[in-house]
Ligand binder design. Structure first.
Ligand code: F0G
Length: 446
């Protein structure tokens, strides 16, 4: 048994099974054009020994050991230490969701908060690996199309690794928090007059013409890094397998990554059963939901997406076949949720003292539906993967609490319920009496 080396990783096409020695600039199979993934062989590790080693590494001082991604390096493709770029990503908290548990009737309800990463989203776990791969391959420029979080993360890791970064984002459709990150981290930020899917199309053409390294989640190194969220989650649960893991679905890289980790851990006997991995989409950006529900996953029809959860405003998800595979292999479900359901769920996660960005809140909104349908049962353990931090999109939050988000569009019954969740700021005269009156009035609100 060894405990210090990665297994041998090879690239394989998910559709035709071709095993190229290296990937092209667009990370697509040169034979059939589908996506590539890493597969591992020569696995020699003893699960028990690795579980101890991974935990012990947290106590060490080397940056790679302190990273909640690199400390699981036996599960990742090998990259040499000299090229590694780390911001000590991962090691994110698992929170018990007290109020949401009461609200949903799911007593054992937790949030794995990936928004607690260095650039405040789950993207950092994949970016640390993929940006390191770019550096190892000697690239000067890295690039991505993004709804805002990938770009923020990429810009940070590129800067740390002395590379230049090019960001393509849809004009007017990303939050200021995310945009400001890529500016500050020094990216060349291009706001294109199109949507995310339009940005992806242009980037795919660009990488065929210019020596820029593609850092979207079609890059299989991204998926490998993002797997660690699931490994770390199991570690936090003392390797007790939860019944359900619920994730938001946009471009479907994250669900694919978490599912891949679960299947690999199961196959290698780190866990004895599989959690059901369910994927939730916004109703206005639901191509995967429709693919599964209407076509049994046999095809995916791209759509023009629209949702205020701008992170998942995606109509043509690149990794839908990978996501379908893990959905089926784990026995998970797919759901869609409406804009109001997202906003209310976000306020409910906030009221638990945790908070997240709108796209992350689809998990709680989706859980409510899965519970209603009887797919999730009261006694089961459920993990919501919160993908981004509350402060990523303060505009959404402020508009919700001030009552501006759905102004005039809600039915009376909806408006009453929403109002109960709203905590608009109160402007007062600077007097003790005014503050005491406000306190007394608030006391009457549950
Ligand atoms: N949640 C957040 C906060 C996101 O930023 C994204 C994707 C998702 C969920 C969906 O994850 O795409 O792997 O299914 N954001 C990408 C970006 C597309 O460019 O930042 P997915």
């Amino acid at each position: 048994m060894t405990t210090g080396q990665a297994a041998t990783a090879r690239l394989r096409c998910i559709a035709c099974g071709a095993t190229p020695d290296s990937a092209g600039q667009d990370f697509r199979c040169t034979d059939c054009g589908d996506l590539l993934e890493f597969v591992f062989s020569e696995w020699l590790h003893d699960p028990q020994a690795l579980k101890c080693l991974w935990r012990d590494r947290k106590m060490l001082l080397k940056p790679l050991d302190q990273s909640g991604v690199w400390r699981f390096r036996e599960f990742l493709p090998h990259l040499s230490e000299q090229h590694a770029i780390t911001l000590r990503e991962g090691n994110t908290p698992l929170y018990y969701l007290q109020r949401c548990a009461r609200l949903t009737g799911i007593e054992s309800l937790y949030a794995k908060h990936q928004g607690m990463n260095p650039t405040a989203s789950f993207k950092d776990t994949g970016m640390t690996i993929a940006a390191s791969a770019a550096r190892a391959a000697g690239f000067h420029w890295v690039a991505c199309a993004s709804t805002g979080n990938t770009s923020a993360s990429m810009a940070a890791y590129a800067a740390r690794g002395n590379m230049r970064s090019l960001v393509l984002i849809p004009e007017g459709k990303i939050s200021w928090g995310k945009l400001s990150q890529s500016l500050d981290y020094g990216a060349l930020t291009c706001q294109l007059r199109t949507d995310f899917d339009g940005c992806v199309r242009i980037l795919n053409e660009l990488v065929r013409q210019k020596p820029v390294y593609l850092l979207n989640s079609v890059n299989p190194y991204r998926i490998e890094g993002q797997k660690t969220a699931a490994i770390e989650l199991l570690e936090q649960l003392e390797w007790e397998v939860p019944d359900h893991i619920i994730v938001p679905g946009g471009n479907l890289g994250n669900s694919s990554a978490i599912g891949k980790a679960l299947l690999e851990m199961h196959e290698l006997k780190f866990i004895s059963s599989l959690p059901k991995l369910s994927i939730i989409q916004a109703q206005g950006a639901n191509p995967f939901y429709r693919s599964v529900r209407e076509f049994g996953g046999t095809k995916l029809e791209p759509m023009t997406a629209d949702t205020m959860a701008t992170a998942i405003r995606i109509g043509n998800p690149a990794s839908w076949k990978k996501a379908l595979r893990v959905l089926q292999a784990t026995g998970g479900e797919v759901e869609q949720v409406a804009e109001l359901e997202i906003a209310e769920a976000k306020a409910e996660i906030g009221a638990d003292g945790i908070g997240c960005e709108p796209a992350s809140a689809v998990t709680l909104a989706g859980l409510k539906k899965l519970r209603q349908r009887g797919f999730v049962k009261p006694g089961e353990t459920v993990i919501l993967v919160l993908t981004g931090h509350l402060l990523k999109d303060p505009d959404f939050t402020i508009k919700f609490h001030r009552g501006d988000l759905f102004e005039g569009t809600l039915q009376e019954r909806e408006a009453v319920h929403t109002k109960q969740l709203q905590r608009a700021p109160v402007v007062l005269d600077a007097s003790l009496g005014a503050v005491i009156s406000a306190l007394d009035a608030a006391e009457k609100i549950p």
